[in-house]
Design a protein around this ligand. Sequence first.
Ligand SMILES: Nc1ncnc2c1ncn2[C@@H]1O[C@H](COP(=O)(O)OP(=O)(O)O)[C@@H](O)[C@H]1O
Ligand SMILES: [Mg+2]
Length: 222
Amino acid sequence: MSILELKNVCYSYSGKHQNVQVLKNISCCFEKGKVYAIVGKSGSGKSTMLSLMAGLDIPTSGQVLYEGTPTSKMDLDRYRRECAAVIYQSFRLFPLLTISENITYPMELRGFRGEQAREKARELVRKVALPESVLDRFPNMLSGGEQQRVAIARALSMDSKLILADEPTGNLDEENSKNIIDILINLARQDNYCVIIVTHDLSVIPRMDVVFRLSGGELKPV
Ligand SMILES: Nc1ncnc2c1ncn2[C@@H]1O[C@H](COP(=O)(O)OP(=O)(O)O)[C@@H](O)[C@H]1O
Ligand SMILES: [Mg+2]
């Protein structure tokens, strides 16, 4: 079974005077062990589609199914907390928490604290190729590339195999961008995550398992 499926998903932003239909009847499946890209021009609806997959909203019509259950029938707070890990262009680490605390935050929400959480943080910084010495630092003491690795480590401390990334390399130079994409690809192929990368950066296309293009509100395979 797919970990995530979109079935006839439509989405409109409703304004005072008009509705803007951004997504038109989108259907697609995402599996564990694969890395996907959704490409499209700025304004094509990529972030809107990601926000539906992340449980920030539900479709106007149609369904987003996580392991077969429509998100519209789930507790969305819980879905966001436990199922859909999101990585953003702007990293979005908690500035007043240490790197260790940032990474283990999703675990603490599930009740894991203390040495157990700390050991997991050590394991996860190694996984994203950062030295353990970063654990007691604060986000503003790290470079952009390092902060994005921490954001990935934080995503991995959720107990889910779904990783959603919205323009994860948008604020990074070429070398760091390649490193971040390498980490995301390895998570899919070695650790069986389902990784979905939303991006306008077409250079990632040859490295992905599956690529979709959003255009005119419709999603098509590339
Ligand atoms: N909160 C909102 N209210 C109304 N329109 C929105 C809102 N957010 C995005 N849009 C519009 O929806 C379209 C798709 O936006 P978005 O999903 O952010 O595209 P992308 O991520 O591909 O750049 C754009 O035309 C944008 O202006
Ligand atoms: Mg966007």
